[in-house]
Design a protein around this ligand. Structure first.
Ligand SMILES: Nc1nc2c(c(=O)[nH]1)N[C@H]1C(S)=C(S)[C@@H](COP(=O)(O)O)O[C@H]1N2
Ligand SMILES: [Mo]
Length: 317
């Protein structure tokens, strides 16, 4: 695993592609995409720090990963935004434990030829899991580097076969009135909704994440499945997704509804377009003291700038 230093890796942990593919086939056949840490010990490097956590097997490494140092697991799981559990950064870690994530289904519907209700277990068996180490940038001005485990959103979309009318994709987060103490705060309306243009959703950098740091997603980070779009501000990454809907018209997202002048549909990371109340030129990487310059499209311009060719990004913020 990437968190390990090269010198920590035993030769027995290094496998060639043939062995990897055999394992993957075995894992699929056995329906064991997620194994307990003890069972997975032989298949996948265990992170010994939290024995008993579920880890993933058969995860390949993505060429899209950054080589930057990942944020500490502790920061990544204790400094969160998940307003359904409250607006303090530590509220999600404190209160998300009540979120019920079993059973979990993901509905894929709307303008598609093959609508489907996926059991999360079937998704894990069907989709090719990868580790993707991405830079993440919040609109509030902080950033992190997270080693996600997930699959290309495009893989799911291709299976659903969007019709010619599908122009946008809407992502609906779970709504559990008994378990979410933040729902009554007057900030956002729920369920939390996010949206992408279909070509943004199909872009190979867009993923649905089911894990991080080699383990299943903690609830505060959006268990059991959340959207990750690394060239956009963090709020585009809806957590705990239950429904993906293909639509003709641009969806009204939770943040657009709350404050349309501050949060546009696109929300691309753009150091040249300030938030009405603060600059977006710099960011503080969690764990670092000095601020860094924010990069256009969060450093992913080579891959994604073409999606916005000819668009005025000051108007389409
Ligand atoms: N359902 C839901 N998803 C959400 C949010 C939220 O409040 N509710 N917050 C967003 C914001 S503003 C950010 S920055 C990221 C934070 O993800 P992280 O806590 O895993 O870093 O989640 C996004 N997804
Ligand atoms: Mo955010």
């Amino acid at each position: 695993m990437l968190i390990k230093r090269a010198t920590d890796i035993q030769p027995s942990e290094i496998t060639d592609r043939g062995v990897y593919l055999q394992r993957r086939a075995f894992i699929r056949a056995a329906g064991l995409a997620v194994l307990s840490a003890s069972a997975a010990g032989a298949l996948y490097t265990n992170r010994s720090a939290r024995a008993g956590e579920k880890v993933f097997a058969g995860v390949s490494k993505s060429p899209f990963s950054t080589t930057e140092e990942p944020t500490s697991y502790k920061d990544a799981t204790n400094y969160n935004n998940y307003y359904e559990f409250g607006t303090d950064k530590d509220s999600p870690a404190r209160y998300a434990g009540k979120l019920k994530i079993k059973p979990w289904t993901l509905m894929v519907e709307g303008e598609v030829k093959k609508p489907r209700i996926w059991a999360i277990e079937d998704l894990l068996k069907t989709m090719a899991l990868q580790e993707r180490i991405y830079r993440m940038r919040c609109v509030e001005g902080w950033s992190m580097v997270i080693p996600w485990v997930g699959f290309a959103l495009g893989d799911l979309i291709r299976q659903a076969e969007p019709t010619g009318k599908a122009k946008f994709v809407e992502f609906v987060s779970v709504y559990q009135s008994d378990n979410m103490p933040g729902l009554r705060l007057p900030v956002l309306s729920y369920p939390y909704i996010e949206g992408l243009r279909l070509d943004e959703a199909m872009h190979p950098l867009s993923i649905l994440a089911v894990g991080m740091y080699g383990e299943v997603l903690p609830k505060q980070n959006g268990a059991p499945i959340r959207l990750v779009v690394p060239w956009k501000y963090g709020f585009k990454g809806g957590k705990s997704i239950v429904r993906i809907r293909f639509v003709e018209r641009m969806p009204q997202t939770a943040w657009m509804k709350a404050s349309p002048s501050e949060y546009g549909f696109y929300s691309n990371v753009n150091p040249a377009v300030d938030h009405p109340r603060w600059s977006q030129a710099k960011e503080r990487r969690i764990g670092e003291f000095m601020k860094r310059k924010t990069l256009m499209f969060n450093g992913y311009a080579d891959q994604v700038a073409g999606l916005y060719a000819g668009m005025d990004l000051k108007k389409n913020f």
